[in-house]
Design a protein. Sequence first.
Length: 255
Amino acid sequence: MRGILEPRLARSASQGLPRCSIKQMKHPWQYDEAAQVGTDYRNRTQAAAYDGLMRKLRNSEAEAGDIRQALALTARSTLWEIGTGTGECALALAAAVRHVYATDVSPAMLEIARRKAAARSVKNVTFAEGGFLSGFRPARPVDGIITQLALHHLPDFWKSRALAAIARRLRSGGRLYLRDVVFPAATKDYDQFFNATVKGVRQRAGDKAARQTIEHIKAEFSTLDWILEGMIRRSGLKMLNKKNEGFISIYVCGK
């Protein structure tokens, strides 16, 4: 589960850090999900600080409860979470379902997630390296797919490819829970809107989170709601519900 507005992984040649190796990239023109800007969560120190920041901004147990209801989960359900981060959402949902597959492009984040699972004696979560476009895939279609604050790491063309891949990985009747930063097209003054957003984040979580919010607006790939919704429809998914929470939108989609 990604944080509000932090990039998942950054390429940092100046620090001499190796890029994340995600296998199964089929073509040389495929977008490299490890080539992101911003906070570098390959860095173990950055990854270790992630949960502390998120506790100021999010309630993972409440989010898990919303997801259980939105996806109509049962004890027989299988889930795939894309962009699991340190695994809080996957671990919170594990007791309610048969199995959770949880993927991320950051090995450092996955290392923390696996330690949490071991400490909590959670046996039915598989953590693996992968993103929207490459890496681990569940062997069979799943009942639900979750992605929170991660899809915006892809440029729009690759968002459309990711949503099409998600649709293929859902069983008939399965659901997608998509929560992300989406810019509302009806906004009349974006400068005012962004200023209020940054101010709110600063009040809740401090200057570091506010700086990450500014960087997100300036450099990341969040898109307008009508563009994202068109991509969802073209993927073959149907929008069952949409909820706006200021800077964040939640889409529940069915196949």
